[in-house]
Ligand binder design. Sequence first.
Ligand code: FAD
Ligand code: 2HG
Ligand code: ZN
Length: 489
Amino acid sequence: RRYATESAGQVETKGKTKVVQYTVDKYPGYKRDSRFKKLAAEDVDHFKSIVGEAGMIYDNEDDLYIYNTDWMNKLAVVPQGGNTGLVGGSIPVFDEIVLSTANLNNIRSFDAVSGMYSVQMRVLVSDSGCVLENLDNYLHEKGYIMPIDLGAKGRQVCHIGGNVATNAGGLRLLRYGSLHGTVLGLEVVLPDGTILENLSTLRKDNTGYDLKQLFIGSEGTLGIITGVSILTPRKPNAVNVALLGVNSFEDVQKAFKQAKSEVSEILSAFEFWDSKASKMFKKHSELKDALSDEYPFYVLIETSGSSKDHDDEKLNGLLETLMTDEVALDGVVAQDDTQIRNLWSMREGIPEALSKEGGVFKYDVSLPVPRIYDCVEDMRKHLTDNGVYGKEDSPVVEVVGYGHVGDGNLHLNIATKTVDTKIMNIIEPYIFEWVSKENGSISAEHGLGLQKGNFLHYSKPSAMINLMKTVKQTIDPKGIMNPYKYLPN
Ligand code: FAD
Ligand code: 2HG
Ligand code: ZN
């Protein structure tokens, strides 16, 4: 994590107890909220009495400072799913209790949607701790898929509850839309213990405020999501993936326009990455490049449809146009499932490859598509002007751009030799000002967590921030749900 500097913390021994005083070094600018009771052994015993010894309570005494206070006081809670979040939202800042939903992992039902969509869509109702990939595998066998797909579903295992709590976007959003549309209902435990039971399987329900929407993207600040009801599309009969090498970001946009015009009804993903991202991936991966030369930009196009012959013909037609118009310099179409997976690995493996350099500062922004790559180039210039990028011994190793072009979502990643706040201060708030001037969003799909809450004003006017605070205060008056995060301090 960006802030986690191992040097932080003063360690002293009190009897058998090792006391770790985390100071501002660990989370610069954050002070522990004294309204919260400090977690003590009797609290852990209390939770053990509820869930039993096998209930996966982790109580490392070394890290506990025991206070003689009543357990009924306010204890703060951090809900945690797969812990793959990228904005520091799922980990405690001080001594908040981590409430993991990993053991809530049952599928509750899989039924047809009532109404006209029943042939195309069915509804899955599951516990929130089900791993996204497990749900997708379960559905595959039944001829359906999850409407959401992330790089984090493989080796790092995100949960459906975490996906809903972050309103995760990912690779299928272009086709199936956001979770605000596909989630039909939620079961949520509020901070006062009230259970909101709304695991609706109805496609239409106009009875009052759509409260579930508040919890989609609330990042654990309003309650614990325990169950999710979600629309699942039919598994496409035919999936094709093509990788193209192109010369400029201008050509990436031309390719996107052409894809929208020629294969729009079967287009399911349109991703891009630049040559520097590609070089980083190759440096840290065993996978052989699918294209023989290096190109300034790469585009991955996926189509999903019901007829292989039809889709092959349409995709080949698109590729022919792009080659004839010299938009694509080279291209390859996957011939089987292994090749499809390999092409996707080149895109999905970029974040992991970058993290192997030492530190990486991640910015996940929405911008008008024509401005997406200007943001990357401008950041390179800004870092060069500040003397931290561009030379052999510069602390910034690389500045790369990749992301979901189809959704106007850029991932600007800045890989560094070490995690260094001096570099962070050169990047921030510069990047947020840049995005704000373009009327973009400072967080397209990863959320706010610990890292972005204080920068919310770059994307939201104060009237909206004030209303968000009112919502938080109404649902969580004691402020125990995921404190220090999401909203400005
Ligand atoms: P966590 O990381 O455990 O939690 C995330 C937040 O949700 C925290 O604030 C936590 O408190 C809260 N939370 C978790 N579970 C619950 C619950 N049951 N009730 C209430 N609050 C809860 N994100 C994208 O949007 N698109 C991508 O393409 C994408 N790709 C990724 C690729 C990689 C390699 C990695 C590491 C991450 C990627 N992410 C992506 C980010 C991350 O995977 C998503 O945000 C994901 O939805 C988080 O799910 P999780 O179960 O890991 O949640
Ligand atoms: C992706 O699209 C994820 O690969 C992760 O959203 C992006 O790590 C990142 O910056
Ligand atoms: Zn992404």
